[in-house]
Design a protein around this ligand. Structure first.
Ligand SMILES: C[S@@+](CC[C@H](N)C(=O)[O-])C[C@H]1O[C@@H](n2cnc3c(N)ncnc32)[C@H](O)[C@@H]1O
Length: 175
């Protein structure tokens, strides 16, 4: 279902990501799955850009690599298996313009640590987009995630993305 073509009809990646992505950007995507968002993202950042994708499931990363190769986008996508608590992004600290956490945060056991790692990988002024499944995640839990993101060092921008789920945009201060 996560990469089902029908999903494009109800949740086109370009509609959600378009306002945030520019050619040449470096974008980090934890919990990328098989790349429903990663492949369109790789097209949007262009040949000069990069998409750094991590997922704790090896089969998701294998599927993403296969799909990226078939689409001719493999050279723009770094795909790595992460652990439940370590996204493995140390080598990229301060380099990302944008991080997108789409339908993943509710699955993470230590949200504070997860969000702190995204804070670390972003450059000052970089943005974090969070979307969580409406209905599946109670609003009170989402509010708790927003508070955790602020505690991890982010400031909320007040932007309202064109998302199907519960959503928020954060900025890493300091630009
Ligand atoms: C519901 S899927 C969403 C996939 C993709 N973002 C999408 O919307 O199509 C959640 C993904 O997050 C991954 N995941 C869950 N916890 C994670 C963690 N702590 N670190 C990295 N990936 C995680 C899962 O393996 C799964 O592929």
């Amino acid at each position: 279902m996560l990469v089902n073509p029908l999903r494009r009809l109800i949740e086109p990646p370009e509609r959600l990501l378009g306002p945030f992505v520019r050619p040449g950007m470096t974008v980090v995507e934890p919990g990328c799955g098989m790349g429903y968002f990663s492949l369109p993202l790789a097209r949007m950042v262009g040949a000069e850009g990069k998409v750094i994708c991590v997922d704790l499931q090896e089969k998701m990363i294998a599927g993403l690599r296969r799909r990226a190769k078939r689409a001719g986008l493999a050279d723009r996508i770094v795909a790595r298996v992460s652990s439940e608590t370590d996204l493995g992004l140390n080598g990229f600290a301060g380099s990302a313009d944008l991080a997108i956490a789409l339908y993943v945060v509710h699955e993470v056991p230590d949200q504070r640590r997860f969000l702190e790692q995204l804070h670390e990988v972003l450059r000052p002024g970089g943005l974090l987009l969070v979307v969580e499944p409406r209905g599946h995640v109670p609003p009170a839990d989402f509010d708790q995630t927003l508070a955790t993101a602020r505690a991890a060092g982010f400031e909320q921008t007040g932007e309202a993305p064109r998302a199907r789920g519960l959503s928020a945009v954060f900025r890493k201060p300091g630009a």
